[in-house]
Design a protein around this ligand. Structure first.
Ligand SMILES: Nc1ncnc2c1ncn2[C@@H]1O[C@H](COP(=O)(O)OP(=O)(O)O)[C@@H](O)[C@H]1O
Ligand SMILES: [Mg+2]
Length: 234
């Protein structure tokens, strides 16, 4: 039951949107998913209240530093994937969630490259590895990428990050109206009306490619046991 955590200490990086896209697409692929909503703003929980129930998807609200490992252990056999949405701040919860994760995804806005919030997370990951011997697989996912941006520009960003030995997902998350509307409308990209949302087909393709890439990178098998996840890093 892989735990995939989205982390960036800056608000507005695209974490919550990416959490929702990944979780709903994993459900679409047939997996049972539990979202741990650790953001006090509770965007995911609010979306869940608006949405028709789906037995494959649970959302746990008010997740805190002291409750997160309990939520994981209680739901270990009821879910295939955990997806964690964190607040945009550097908190003890961030270090704890990272220690519990099988994969940390760091959303960074593709065009603006306002990477400081992402760099904080990368630093923390390096600290855990160097000082604690805890190696957590992680990658950057470029978000809110303009659909007109050339592959060449994206390649340049990837080169820059790879020079710093940071893995970048092949699939960027594109800036799409559908990814905003889903929070207002509830439901998923698959329940939205094609006639009313522009480029919905492209949005669906993008979300699907993103989820398939994450299934490859964090497969169901080979996850670490709970006992090895608990860390008490500052
Ligand atoms: N791929 C995207 N396409 C369109 N709007 C997006 C996209 N990603 C994020 N946004 C918008 O940007 C704002 C911040 O995104 P959000 O996912 O809430 O970031 P965070 O959780 O990191 O604070 C929200 O208004 C959201 O609707
Ligand atoms: Mg958020």
């Amino acid at each position: 039951m892989p735990v995939i955590t989205f982390a960036n200490t800056k608000g507005g990086a695209g974490k919550t949107t990416a959490v929702l896209l990944l979780a709903t697409e994993l459900v679409q692929q047939g997996y049972r998913v539990t979202i741990l909503d650790a953001d006090p703003q509770r965007w995911i929980s609010r979306w869940h209240q608006l949405s028709p129930p789906d037995e494959k998807l649970r959302v746990i609200s008010y997740v805190t530093q002291s409750s997160i490992d309990r939520h994981i252990s209680e739901n270990l056999y009821k879910t295939d994937y955990f997806v964690v949405d964190l607040p945009g701040a550097q908190t003890p919860l961030l270090a704890k969630a990272i220690g519990l994760s099988d994969h940390v995804l760091i959303p960074i806005q593709g065009c603006a490259m306002d990477a400081q919030g992402g760099a904080n997370v990368l630093e923390l990951l390096r600290f855990l590895e160097d000082k604690g011997g805890i190696k957590v697989p992680h990658s950057v996912v470029l978000t809110r990428v303009n659909s007109m941006v050339t592959t060449r520009a994206l390649l340049a960003v990837k080169m820059l990050l790879s020079e710093r030995r940071v893995e970048v997902l092949d699939t960027p998350i594109i800036e799409r109206a559908a990814f905003r509307d889903i929070f207002d409308l509830g439901g998923t990209l698959h329940s939205m009306d094609e006639g009313r949302i522009s480029n919905l087909d492209k949005a669906r393709q993008n979300a699907r490619a993103f989820a398939l890439e994450m299934i490859r990178r964090a497969p169901l098998r080979g996850t670490k046991p709970l006992s090895s996840r608990i860390v008490h890093a500052a």
